[in-house]
Design a protein around this ligand. Structure first.
Ligand code: CMP
Length: 167
């Protein structure tokens, strides 16, 4: 089945200049990249992304991780990859969430570590299932930012939206 999956290169990945290496590994999957952007992640976006982990003892630290506060690197590279079994393919390449349990040759096995605070610093996030992928893609991307749509879109006229334009 053709799927789309959300991949985030998290602030530790950017701080350690791992972007190129991770993209090279992702190209092994032969999947197609259909959207990409660098984002300064707000607390609100981080909380929405990790809403299912609210209540965990590491939640507050996790929010600081994704917003970049933890690494003084407020940047995340968000991407959507598309193709046959995209979710499983990227999950396999990413490796287990816990870097100590991840295959040594997986992205998290190679680049992840456990911080003394207990947080798994694992360089990337990848959608874990079909439902998660849909929610995450819709949370991180607008339809116009993707060159291919798996989920229905509609046209809407929006007025009085404040946005930055070139001066
Ligand atoms: P990610 O794939 O982005 O999804 C949730 C994140 O929370 C995960 O990567 C880790 O960074 C972190 N995480 C998940 N479970 C734990 C845990 N048990 N202890 C510490 N950090 C965790």
């Amino acid at each position: 089945m053709i799927e789309q999956t959300l991949i985030l290169i998290k602030p530790d990945g950017l701080k350690k200049s791992l972007t190129g290496n991770i993209l090279t590994r992702l190209s092994e999957t032969k999947l197609k990249i259909v959207g990409a952007k660098v984002i300064r992640v707000s607390r609100e976006l981080a909380e929405k992304h990790y809403a299912h982990l609210k209540g965990k003892p590491f939640f507050e630290e996790l929010i600081k991780y994704l917003t970049g506060e933890l690494h003084q690197t407020p940047r995340v590279l968000a991407m959507v990859y598309e193709g046959e079994e995209a979710i499983a393919k990227v999950k396999k390449l990413a490796g287990a969430t816990n870097p100590e349990e991840a295959e040594p040759t997986s992205i998290r096995g190679a680049y992840g570590r456990i911080l003394t605070s207990g947080i798994f610093e694992n360089a990337i996030h990848a959608s874990s299932g079909l439902r998660e992928a849909e929610g995450e893609i819709k949370l991180w991307f607008k339809p116009e930012e993707l060159v291919s749509h798996l989920y229905p879109v509609e046209e809407a006229v929006k007025e009085k939206i404040k946005e930055l334009i070139w001066a």
